[in-house]
Design a protein around this ligand. Structure first.
Ligand SMILES: [Zn+2]
Length: 334
């Protein structure tokens, strides 16, 4: 057999094309290199295992290298010489197509499970490892950032603010301790009728949302919904879920101090993206339970959302929240 091969002298990177004669009977190879005739016994060669269609690399005892694209010819030589090539099973495995398909399927399944279940579970775990006091840093920085780019000063009357604050603390009272619950009022501007919760327990309520409400109970249930996001640590969980590497490091080392570094992602998250359906359901559940416990009809929440859906701009509360139809599961009450 006469095959094309590429010869390297082992000193430099220059390559010489040679005609390689493979002699299975004599269990040897030979080729002409310039004036010189090279000859090697197969047993003295170091032959790389077969890997797909990549050329085989052969090392000679005198330090030269040959790359041989013809894998079949090399396999014949190996079989005839009964020499051992490490890692041959890799090729055998790889050449079995269904193993390839199977491993792709397993990989996809694994990644899907990790992303769909593993990551959220880890994110929840890590988010609850962060002490409530550490969350206060997150709140302050985020509010400052949002004030710079979005909000302006609230124009609500002192009287309105007092009434709403009273309702807010009625909600906050029913939540777990440790948070620095406070209600801040802002003019929403381009984000219109809206409400956000920061991780430390701060809730931002826009004038526009208050103006859209017809009863205090409507706003109260929005506040309960927002505090539902806080006590379930949704913002942190969401940020963690989207920064998988940071999350894995924190989960493995238990060092959650770097969680604060993720705060930079929070303003965008709160204003532009939205929580997962799962998180919204959890927050709705909190609002619903609160309403029932205080004898407030959960209908108030739906009423407000209905009104918002008629007039809500592109960036309002409903742009980051599921529509009324999507929440009917929990608020399917008369
Ligand atoms: Zn929500």
């Amino acid at each position: 057999m006469d095959r094309v091969a590429y010869f390297y002298d082992g000193q430099g990177s220059s390559r010489t094309t040679v005609r390689l004669k493979i002699d299975c009977q004599m269990r040897s190879i030979k080729f002409q290199l310039g004036q010189e005739q090279k000859w090697y016994r197969a047993n003295d060669l170091l032959i790389s295992p077969r890997l797909g269609s990549t050329p085989r690399r052969i090392e000679t005892p005198d330090g030269c290298i040959l790359d041989v694209p013809d894998n079949e010819a090399i396999d014949q030589l190996i079989n005839a010489s009964e020499i051992q090539v490490p890692g041959r099973w890799i090729h055998r495995l790889e050449s079995k197509f269904r193993y390839v398909i199977l491993s792709v399927v397993i990989t996809v399944l694994f990644v899907w499970l990790l992303a769909g279940y593993g990551i959220p579970v880890l994110a929840k775990h890590v988010a609850f490892m962060v002490p409530v006091t550490a969350n206060s840093v997150l709140g302050e920085d985020v509010l400052v950032a949002l004030d710079k780019v979005i909000f302006s000063e609230s124009q609500l009357s002192i009287n309105d603010k007092q009434k709403l604050t009273k309702r807010f603390f009625s909600v906050a009272e029913s939540m777990s301790d440790g948070y620095k619950f406070r209600l801040v009022f802002r003019r929403g501007g381009k984000i219109g009728a809206n409400a956000f919760a920061l991780p430390d327990g701060t809730v931002i309520l826009t004038d526009e949302l208050v103006e859209k409400a017809q009863t205090l109970s409507e706003v109260e249930l929005v506040l309960a919904h927002e505090l539902g996001h806080v006590v379930n640590r949704h913002s942190l969980r969401q940020v963690l879920q989207s920064s998988t590497v940071a999350l894995l490091i924190m989960a493995i080392t238990g060092d959650v101090s770097s969680a604060a570094a993720l705060a930079g992602a929070l303003p965008t998250l709160l204003v532009e993206s939205h929580y997962s359906r799962e998180f919204e359901k959890e927050a709705d559940r909190v609002a619903y339970d609160y309403a029932i416990s205080r004898g407030i009809s959960p209908r108030h929440f739906i009423n407000l959302l209905d009104r918002l859906s008629d007039t809500d701009g592109d960036l309002g509360f409903l742009s980051t929240h599921p529509s009324v139809q999507d929440r009917s599961q929990i608020f399917s009450v008369q």
